[in-house]
Design a protein around this ligand. Sequence first.
Ligand SMILES: [Zn+2]
Length: 119
Amino acid sequence: MGGKCPHRSVKKRRYSHKTARRTKFLIKGDDMVYDQLNKADEERQPLPVDEDLPGMGQYYCLHCDRYFSNVAVRDEHFKTKKHKRRVKQMMGPAPHTQLDAELAAGMGMPDNGPKLMSM
Ligand SMILES: [Zn+2]
């Protein structure tokens, strides 16, 4: 027998500073990134220099909406699974939008709930 104690205390998850910072001003919604990517070819502009960003905002991963401090770090990032998954995701059908999120949360249109695995 065994298994986990059902009464184990619930751990409260606190955001790390990094996460909090990132969500504050770096991360855009997936739909926004997708938008950017779709118009990137025609409207590609030089990256604005921003002293507040790592590497003055010059090393940017459009797919992940992240800034890097130098080209080596960025190239390293391009090789990561996380990035590749992200690229794949952005190549595919449009990502979830705010509407989807609201639907999932039970707001807006009626929702039959998540599909359950048929037995
Ligand atoms: Zn990336």
